[in-house]
Write a protein that binds this ligand. Structure first.
Ligand SMILES: Cc1ncc(COP(=O)(O)O)c(C=O)c1O
Length: 308
């Protein structure tokens, strides 16, 4: 498929040889945790966005699942950098996964070894763009988002994505681009794989992590940008009808970037195109990831070719 190399438990293997046993625990019971990380082409070479924050989140996800990862956070960060450096510089998405492996199959994963793998590839656009000049068309899902009474929402575990996949498939089959999910209290919480922001009367609003939204690294970046520029924002629950009354809505995620929303449940948001506030944060985010922002690029970018 590609001649890229994949890091598996400390060694590089070719793409086609990066295989695991069919009785791997994580495959059967969703006992794997992962991160998606972006690496951007900048004038100083490839830059990884918020690498240490991603690896910290991975380690916390692993802790929740009693996973004993045998590599330190620093070792995994270095392995990500190495994986980028041995592969094509055009590739721009890094997946780090830790999983309970092959050994004893049964609900209890603890007897199994924990393995780590790191792969890199070019991510296709994650939210279908039928009309590029328009925002994405969303539908509120009939699937309720998991919440921490049944699944730890802050662990980025593969198991959580069965809920996401059901919502995404439902939205696509109904002709929409993505699903908006409500939490068990009926409040808007996030999309199937992105956080959500609403803008109304020049105020940005996003649901709290304590209500079940993933502590998204892109979400956190947007909040830091807003805080720094003195733009008003609120972190609070959002009701379904507030979506319909919004001036602007956008989604944030590592894979999706900042994605403007044009329609929700067949109601147009603003004029259906990208709004001025969305445009502003999108441009700022782009400047940062291109290594051209004096404050945030320095804080958030790790250059892959350091020391070369
Ligand atoms: C459910 C969910 N919410 C939000 C996000 C956005 O998080 P991040 O910005 O860290 O990619 C993701 C993507 O990982 C996700 O899967």
């Amino acid at each position: 498929m590609t001649d890229a190399k994949i890091w598996m438990d400390g060694s590089f293997v070719s793409w086609n040889d990066a295989k695991i046993h069919v009785l791997t625990h994580g495959l059967h019971y969703g006992t794997a945790v992962f991160e998606g990380i972006r690496c951007y082409k900048t004038h100083r070479g490839l830059a990884i966005f918020r690498l240490s924050d991603h690896i910290l989140r991975l380690s916390l996800s692993a802790k929740i699942y009693f996973m004993n990862i045998k590599y330190s956070k620093r070792q995994i960060e270095n392995a990500v950098i190495e994986t980028i450096n041995v592969n094509e510089p055009e590739e721009n998405y890094v997946r780090v996964i830790a999983y309970y492996g092959y050994g004893k199959l049964g609900v209890n994963p603890l007897p199994n070894k924990v393995s780590v793998a790191i792969a890199i590839w070019k991510w296709d656009e994650s939210i279908t763009n039928r009309e590029p000049e328009k925002g994405a068309r969303l539908a509120v899902s009939s699937w309720t988002r998991i919440d921490s009474r049944s699944m730890p929402t802050q662990a980025k575990a593969t198991a959580n994505y069965a809920n996401s996949a059901l919502a995404r498939m439902e939205a696509l089959k109904m002709g929409f681009d993505e699903a908006v999910m409500l939490n068990p209290a009926g409040k808007v919480i996030e999309a199937s794989a992105e956080n959500i922001f609403v803008v109304r009367d020049d105020v940005f609003i996003t649901p709290p992590v304590s209500s079940g939204a993933l502590n998204g690294i892109t979400r956190d970046s947007i909040l830091a940008i807003l805080h720094h520029s003195g733009s008003p924002f609120e972190i609070r629950d959002i009701s379904r009808e507030e979506l319909y009354m919004a001036d602007e809505v956008f989604l944030t995620g590592t894979a999706a970037g900042i994605r403007e929303v044009g329609e929700i449940d067949n109601r147009m948001i603003g004029d259906g195109c990208i709004g001025k506030h969305t445009m502003r944060v999108k441009e700022k985010f782009h400047t940062i990831t291109q290594g051209r922002d004096d404050i945030f690029s320095k804080r958030w970018l790790t250059y892959a070719n350091q020391g070369q």
